[in-house]
Design a protein around this ligand. Structure first.
Ligand SMILES: Nc1ncnc2c1ncn2[C@@H]1O[C@H](COP(=O)(O)OP(=O)(O)OP(=O)(O)O)[C@@H](O)[C@H]1O
Ligand SMILES: [Mg+2]
Length: 252
């Protein structure tokens, strides 16, 4: 379903993604964890072609891309396979919640205004914002804004939903509502790749965890395996602080 082969990217001669390989099955919920600077955001951005890797192949469903020779028309089609939710929501400030969700449906999917409005409304109801469809981002809490962003992503019916630390810009009391929304999205059957530092949530939601270290996946397994029984010292060191703060209950 999603397959990454030999994906490599450097910034200014620094190797950030180092010949990465992995495969994700349809409807699988995968969490990517790792230290700051490990390359997690860069990897997600590559999957959406917001960064251009130096070499490698990315396959999403039936779309296979050799990143060393991308053609212009492939970029548009390939981007439509995924939708991204960012840490900072990235909503249009001058558009209300409904218009934010409608935008991609009209511009990218070329749906009529009526159809876009109907889908946008449905998706906002799904994330619990049916009462706030005419609110502008400024009139919404951070958690509500992030739920609009999730509704916007889901409305595009992506093959894969990419979430980059969707709760880390939120006040602690708003985290729960966004995690609950992500859980609803996960149950809808969309394939999901989630970058998160919320280890208890990762444990709860992910079928599989990839530990990224210096641009390489050095651990790949179920959350139970990785949290309770990491094979690499780097993973143990990384997880240690989550054990000490009680975010993970398992003993190394
Ligand atoms: N546009 C860029 N130009 C140069 N270097 C970059 C750029 N974007 C990221 N980097 C570098 O690439 C490395 C990986 O960054 P990335 O943002 O992917 O890390 P991350 O794992 O998402 O970290 P965090 O947990 O802090 O979000 C870092 O060393 C970062 O400084
Ligand atoms: Mg990041």
């Amino acid at each position: 379903m999603i397959s990454v082969q030999n994906l490599t990217l450097s910034f200014h001669h620094n190797l950030i993604l180092n010949h990465l390989n992995f495969h994700i099955h349809p409807a699988e919920i995968v969490a990517i964890i790792g230290a700051s600077g490990a390359g997690k955001s860069t990897l997600l951005r590559c999957l959406n072609l917001l960064e251009k890797p130096k070499q490698g192949k990315i396959r999403i469903d039936n779309f296979q891309l050799d990143v060393s020779c991308i053609k212009r028309h492939e970029i548009v089609t390939f981007r439509q396979q995924s939708a991204m939710v960012f840490q900072q929501f990235n909503l249009f400030q001058q558009k209300n919640a409904l218009e934010n969700v409608m935008e991609g449906l009209i511009v990218v999917k070329k749906y009529s205004k009526d159809k876009a409005q109907q889908i946008a409304h449905e998706k906002l109801v799904q994330v619990g914002l049916g009462e706030r469809i005419y609110h502008y981002p400024k009139q919404l809490s951070g958690g509500q804004q992030q739920r609009v962003a999730i509704a916007r992503a889901l409305a595009m019916e992506p093959k894969v939903l990419l979430l980059d630390e969707p709760t880390s810009a939120l006040d602690p009391e708003l985290v729960g509502e966004v995690l609950a929304t992500i859980k609803i999205a996960a149950k809808s059957g969309v394939t999901m790749i989630l970058v998160s530092h919320e280890m208890s949530f990762v444990h709860d939601i992910a079928a599989r965890v990839l530990f990224l270290d210096k641009g390489k996946i050095i651990e790949d397994g179920s959350p139970q395996q990785i949290f309770a029984n990491p094979t690499q010292q780097r993973t143990k060191d990384f997880l240690a602080r989550y054990y000490s703060t009680g975010q993970i209950d398992y003993e190394i």
